[in-house]
Design a protein around this ligand. Structure first.
Ligand SMILES: [Zn+2]
Length: 127
């Protein structure tokens, strides 16, 4: 692993790879997120979301053209993406939300890689 790659990412370890259930969407990040959060809003509950956040420049989403389905709801701050083939909810990207952050569903990664991180409970239902 090059020093350059290590500088770009977090200081919390080495590259982590994950992806959707069928493998059509593959995700690579330079290391562990600064925090992992579980939110009680309707969307997070229904999609089984546990979020980790990165700068978009640090995230590589590898998917064929048209492999992802975007969903925008409510305040239209973000687009949440799921795999068209297997339905896995993989990530979200900002629309009007601050552009320096995007979210990945930690469930797309092996629990052995991140399961030791503390999970912050977010009361999104009250926002
Ligand atoms: Zn899939």
């Amino acid at each position: 692993m090059s020093e350059k790659r290590r500088e770009k990412g977090s200081e919390n370890g080495s590259e982590m790879k994950g992806g959707c259930h069928c493998g059509a969407v593959r995700i690579t990040v330079p290391g562990l997120p600064e925090q992992v959060s579980q939110c009680n809003c309707s969307l997070c509950r229904k999609t089984g979301w546990i979020g980790g956040y990165w700068h978009p420049d640090d995230v590589t989403i590898d998917a064929a053209e048209g492999a992802l389905n975007g969903y925008v709801q409510g305040d239209r701050m973000i687009t949440t993406w799921n795999c068209k083939t297997c339905g896995s909810h993989t990530h979200w990207t900002p629309i009007t939300a601050p552009p320096e952050r995007m979210g990945l569903n930690m469930r797309m990664f092996d629990l052995a890689d991140w399961g030791h991180l503390p999970v912050t409970e977010v009361d999104g239902a009250s926002f």
